[in-house]
Design a protein around this ligand. Structure first.
Ligand SMILES: Cc1cc2nc3c(=O)[nH]c(=O)nc-3n(C[C@H](O)[C@H](O)[C@H](O)COP(=O)(O)OP(=O)(O)OC[C@H]3O[C@@H](n4cnc5c(N)ncnc54)[C@H](O)[C@@H]3O)c2cc1C
Length: 473
C-alpha cells in the first residue's frame, strides 16, 4: 500500500479518508494535513460550555440516492445516533420578503404584494413567458442576470428579485452567476395558489419557474423520497470527533497546524511535499495526493500562471450566535433567508426545530448569518444593535430583553463570491492545473469542480474520487 496524503481535513478530506480506510489494507499510510489546530472545517461547532453549542448555520445531510455512499456515510455513527427527516420535514426553509416572514416557501411569494402590484407582476410574468418560452426551454447560461430576465422578465427581476441578491452579495445583478440563485433561492418564484400550482407541477417549463406555495403540502409524488438526517446529539463537532477517532483508530495520521510549503515533482508525478508544523519543516514522501483545499494554493505552489485571473473577494461571513428565552416565532422552520435590502441578515437558523436537544436549559439557540462588505470596517457593538433590531422586525421575538447570551463570530473563510468573473477564473484555473497532467493527484472539496459547493455534492464528489483512487492502489 502506498503513501496517500490528503490536504485539508474538512468534510471532503475526512470523508475521503473514511472511504479509503473501509476499502484499503494499510490505513496507516494515509496522512491528513490541516492548517488549523483541529479538523472539521465548516462542520465544526462553537462550544460555549453552559451556553451550549452552535453549528456554523444549518448543516444537515441528505441522502444522495447512491446506496453505497449513503450506507458508508451513515456508518460513521451508530444507527441510533442519527435522526431522520422525511417528506416536507427534509428541509423547512422560509424567507423574509417585502416586510413579511414567509413560512410557506423559501422562494419569494408575490402573492404577498398589494393586489395592484400582484396583478402587474402576474401580467408581466405571462407576457414574458409568452415571449420567451422557447428561450427558457433551451437556456444555458452562467449569468444570473440573463437567467432571471429571460425566465421572469425585467419587471419582476429588477423590482422583486435583484434587490435581495444585490444586498446579499454586495454586487450588481449583472455581475452575479447562477450560483447566487441557489445561495439565496431565487431561481423560482411563488405566484399561484395551491390548486393552480399543483396543476403546474405537470408542465415542462412553468414548473421550473414556479414554486409550490406551501412546502408542507407539496404532493408526495412530486417530491423526492430521499431523507435528510442529522446526529441525534446536537453539535456537528461531536460528529467530526467520532469520525476523527475512527480514522485515528484505523491508523490514519492527522497532522494539524500543518501547511504545505513546497510540492516536489518529477516529470508529471508529485513525489514529495515539504510541510511545516510548529515552525519545523519536513518532507513527506507520497505516492498519491488528494487536494481538498482551494486550487489557487496548489497553483501558486506549482507556479501555474494565475496572476492574470481576476477574482472577486468573498463577502465577510459573520455569525451571531444567540440564546433566546422565548421560542422564536418562526413555526417549524429550520432556517429562513432575508431579502430586505437594508438588512445585514443573510440567514437565520433555529437549531432546535430540527434537533430538539439543541435547547440549552430550555433556551433556544439561534444563529444569524451576516454577509458583509469585506473592505468595510464594522463596529461590533453597532452591528449587534442592528441585528437585534432586524430580529425584532422579523417578528420572531417580542422582546430584546429575552436574549440572555450573544456572541459574534467572524469566520476566516466564507461563501465564495458567486460572480461570473469568479466562475470564469476558476474554470480557467482548473483547466490550467489539469493541463499540467499530474498523474497522482485528485482534486475534491468545495469548488474543485464547477458548481461544487453544497455539502451533499461535496460528499458525492469525494466518494467518487476515493473510488477512483482505490482502483489505482
Ligand atoms: C459560511 C458557509 C455556510 C455554508 N452553509 C452550507 C449549508 O447550509 N448547507 C450546505 O450543504 N453547505 C453549506 N456550505 C458549504 C459546505 O460547508 C461545504 O460544502 C463543505 O463544508 C465543504 O467541505 P470542504 O472539506 O470542501 O471544506 P471546508 O469545510 O472549508 O474544510 C477545508 C479544510 O481544509 C483546511 N485548509 C484550508 N486551506 C488549507 C491549506 N492550504 N492547507 C491545509 N489545510 C487547509 C481548513 O482548515 C479546513 O479544515 C457552507 C459553506 C460556507 C462557507
Amino acid at each position: 500500500m502506498k503513501n496517500i496524503v490528503i490536504v485539508g481535513g474538512g468534510l471532503a478530506g475526512l470523508f475521503t479518508a473514511y472511504a479509503l480506510i473501509k476499502n484499503c489494507t494499510h490505513p496507516e499510510n494515509i496522512i491528513i494535513i490541516d492548517r488549523e489546530n483541529e479538523v472539521g472545517g465548516l462542520l465544526n461547532s462553537f462550544d460555549y460550555g453552559i451556553n451550549g453549542k452552535f453549528d456554523h448555520g444549518a448543516h444537515f445531510f441528505q441522502e444522495s440516492g447512491n446506496v453505497d455512499l449513503d450506507r458508508l456515510f451513515k456508518s460513521i455513527l451508530p444507527s441510533q445516533e442519527w435522526i431522520y427527516f422525511e417528506n416536507y420535514k427534509r428541509d423547512l426553509a422560509g424567507t423574509y420578503f417585502n416586510g413579511k416572514l414567509q413560512t410557506d416557501t423559501q422562494y419569494i411569494n408575490l402573492k404577498n404584494l398589494s393586489e395592484t402590484d400582484f396583478q402587474v407582476a402576474l401580467t408581466c410574468f405571462f407576457d414574458n413567458f409568452n415571449k420567451n418560452a422557447g428561450k427558457i426551454a433551451s437556456l444555458t447560461t452562467d449569468s444570473a442576470y440573463e437567467y432571471l430576465n429571460i425566465c421572469f422578465g425585467k419587471h419582476i427581476t429588477s423590482k422583486y428579485i435583484a434587490p435581495g441578491l444585490e444586498k446579499t452579495f454586495g454586487r450588481d445583478l449583472a455581475d452575479l452567476s447562477l450560483q447566487a440563485l441557489s445561495l439565496l433561492p431565487t431561481n423560482r418564484i411563488s405566484l399561484f395558489d395551491e390548486e393552480a400550482a399543483a396543476d403546474i407541477l405537470d408542465t415542462n417549463l412553468l414548473k421550473k419557474l414556479i414554486a409550490y406555495p406551501e412546502q408542507r403540502n407539496l404532493p408526495s409524488n412530486k417530491s423526492t423520497n430521499k431523507k435528510s438526517f442529522y446526529p441525534s446529539k446536537f453539535g456537528l463537532d461531536s460528529f467530526v470527533k467520532s469520525l476523527e477517532n475512527t480514522l485515528l483508530k484505523a491508523g490514519v495520521k492527522i497532522l494539524t497546524n500543518t501547511k504545505v510549503c513546497e510540492i516536489i515533482t518529477e516529470k508529471n508525478i508529485i513525489t514529495n511535499l515539504v510541510v511545516e508544523q510548529d515552525q519545523k519543516q519536513f518532507k513527506l514522501q507520497i505516492d498519491h495526493i488528494v487536494w481538498t483545499v482551494p486550487m489557487f494554493s496548489f497553483a501558486s505552489l506549482l507556479k501555474v500562471a494565475s496572476h492574470d485571473l481576476k477574482i472577486d473577494r468573498p463577502q465577510k461571513t459573520v455569525l451571531i450566535n444567540l440564546l433566546l428565552d422565548e421560542k422564536p416565532a418562526m413555526k417549524d422552520l429550520y432556517y429562513f433567508y432575508c431579502h430586505e435590502p437594508d438588512f445585514f441578515t443573510y440567514r437565520v437558523t433555529n437549531f432546535s426545530n430540527y434537533c430538539s436537544n439543541a435547547l440549552v436549559q430550555n433556551k433556544y439557540p439561534l444563529t444569524v448569518e451576516l454577509l458583509l462588505n469585506p473592505i468595510e470596517k464594522f463596529d461590533f457593538d453597532v452591528l449587534k444593535e442592528k441585528v437585534l433590531q432586524e430580529i425584532i422586525s422579523f417578528g420572531i421575538l417580542n422582546n430584546i430583553k429575552s436574549i440572555p447570551f450573544l456572541k459574534i463570530e467572524p469566520l476566516a473563510s466564507g461563501f465564495p463570491m458567486p460572480t461570473v468573473k469568479n466562475v470564469n477564473s476558476m474554470n480557467t484555473l482548473r483547466s490550467r492545473v489539469l493541463e499540467k497532467g499530474f498523474k497522482n493527484i485528485l482534486f475534491t472539496g468545495t469548488m474543485a469542480e464547477k458548481d461544487l459547493f453544497y455539502q451533499n455534492d461535496v460528499l458525492i464528489d469525494a466518494f467518487t474520487k476515493a473510488n477512483q483512487l482505490l482502483e489505482k492502489l
